[in-house]
Design a protein around this ligand. Structure first.
Ligand code: NAG
Ligand code: NAG
Ligand code: NAG
Ligand code: NAG
Length: 455
């Protein structure tokens, strides 16, 4: 979902950096990521990035991935900017809920056990979220193993259990793609969502967003992770690449190999950073029937530069890596460095698998659609968010470049849906985007699913 998310961090982060470079304004360097006077939502932390991440975990509640009360109690224990405290609060919660899940007799109470394991997995992921600044921290591995075990225990208890597969990449590409197939359980071949989370989000998380919503409506769902994403970064040591078609194509091949999948109705769904990567993959694959980008992203490198502000952008363009890294390191070392800045630089370097902020920014420049947009020939749902913190303006650019193929939808703050990726409003986001998809598919002659049964 998040993921992941990129960005505003940068937004904020960048503004702060820009100001700190500019001398006299340095004292005003704490810039909020979002304009809170324009955001009618109750804040879960005075730290805007913690608010966003807490809301993100809370948002998994409508789809079995969290309980609101548990998240709010954990939130009450976390001091603004305290990465260790954030991890400890969720680690404690995850361990307790995991133990409770194990104590349930899953043969007699399978739904209760499934719910509890799902929540434990979400809380282990939350405990990991702010830890990527130190690559040798053993918790990066330990918490992930724990979230996978809890998630798999939950998945085995689904009405139709998800099936994990490992897909090989194309010739010349030395990586594998972890994926999960969730069958609709319907008799005929069904439309299928091929879903990828964002900059920092896992395939497990996204089941509790659009995944369950799509299964409830009778779609099959395939989730996957590519280079730079949680499992591939950890287990294969590989960072993001712009050529996402190398990742998505084998997943579409796999979808087509499954008898449950209606080959006319394979839909790429991308969140956050993958709001660029999924449209890019569609430009290379004419087997895809439609794309959903939440939110749409046209040029990541450009967006990052503009978030960083003119001073840093100028320094980056000047190409002096030593100087650029020194400025960023100094900003990060300041006690008043905003969470958003610290997190995005740490996560950016970790997920791109690069050794310095300069290298990260240099790599980011290749992540733009530019002339590829004209190779997209299918309908694209382009979501935008009124209070977009990370990629302001990008969704509109994508929609404009796609012209009549795009359906542009701006989610509003007054509906609680104005945050990046409409975090906090997954029910509404799924309502609008999946209704759009059902209408698009029926116009293209794909028969409707056989009524809604729920899962
Ligand atoms: C924040 O939002 C308020 C209300 O919409 C608006 O009046 C104000 O100009 C905004 N401030 C900034 C810095 O965007
Ligand atoms: C990173 O984590 C390792 C393992 O816990 C620890 O030994 C090391 O001191 C940490 N490094 C920093 C810079 O905190
Ligand atoms: C492929 O990757 C594996 C593990 O990362 C490595 O051991 C192997 O040498 C690589 N093979 C090639 C042909 O690059
Ligand atoms: C790069 O910046 C460093 C530190 O500011 C400076 O010492 C060095 O001379 C610069 N290198 C070039 C090639 O400008």
């Amino acid at each position: 979902m998040k993921p992941s998310k990129l960005l505003t961090l940068l937004g904020c982060a960048g503004l702060c950096l820009g100001r700190s470079l500019d001398g006299p304004e340095a004292k005003t360097s704490v810039v909020k990521r979002s304009n809170s006077s324009a955001d009618p939502m109750l804040q879960l932390s005075s730290d805007p990035d913690f608010h966003f991440e807490l809301l993100r975990t809370l948002s998994l509640a409508p789809y079995e991935g969290a309980d609101a009360g548990e998240v709010l109690v954990a939130a009450s224990k976390i001091a603004p900017g305290d990465f260790e405290g954030y991890s400890a609060a969720f680690h404690g919660l995850a361990s307790r809920v995991d133990a409770a899940a194990r104590a349930i007799d899953g043969r007699r109470h399978s739904i209760s056990a499934r719910n509890a394991f799902s929540k434990a997995a979400s809380y282990y992921r939350a405990a990991d979220f702010f830890l990527h600044g130190n690559w040798s921290d053993p918790r990066i591995e330990y918490l992930w193993t724990a979230q996978l075990a809890a998630f798999d225990a939950a998945m085995a208890l689904m009405a139709v259990p998800g099936e994990r597969v490992t897909l090989g990449a194309g010739p010349g590409d030395n990586f594998t793609i972890p994926a999960i197939f969730f069958a609709s359980g319907r008799p005929r071949p069904q439309p299928t969502l091929v879903v990828c989370n964002g900059f920092d989000g896992s395939q497990e998380e996204i089941l509790h967003g659009v995944g369950q919503a799509a299964l409830q409506r009778g779609f099959n769902v395939i989730t996957y992770e590519g280079l730079g994403q949680p499992a591939v970064r950890r287990r294969q040591g590989l960072g993001f690449i712009p050529q996402w078609e190398k990742v998505a194509r084998p997943v579409v091949d796999y979808a087509l190999s499954r008898p449950e999948v209606d080959s006319r109705a394979i839909v790429l769904v991308g969140y956050s950073f993958v709001g660029f990567l999924a449209p890019r993959a569609a430009a290379f694959d004419d087997r895809v029937a439609a794309v959903i980008a939440i939110d749409g992203l046209y040029d990541f490198g450009q967006s990052l530069l503009s978030d960083l502000g003119p001073s840093l952008a100028h320094l980056s363009k000047a190409g002096n890596a030593t100087r650029f890294n020194a400025v960023v390191d100094k900003a990060l070392a300041s006690p008043s460095a905003p969470t958003a800045l610290r997190w995005v630089v740490q996560q950016g370097m970790w997920s791109f698998h690069v050794a310095s902020p300069f290298e990260w920014l240099s790599r980011a420049a290749a992540f733009g659609l530019a002339d590829l947009a004209r190779h997209i020939t299918v309908p694209v749902f382009v979501a935008d968010a009124e209070n977009e913190q990370f990629f302001a303006g990008q969704a509109k650019v994508l929609a404009d470049k796609l012209g009549p193929l795009a359906t542009y939808h701006r989610f509003k703050s007054v509906d609680g849906a104005g945050e990046h990726c409409s975090i906090g409003a997954s029910v509404l986001s799924n309502q609008v985007s999946l209704d759009w998809l059902e209408d698009v598919l029926s116009r293209e002659g794909v028969p409707p699913r056989d009524g809604e049964t729920g899962v």
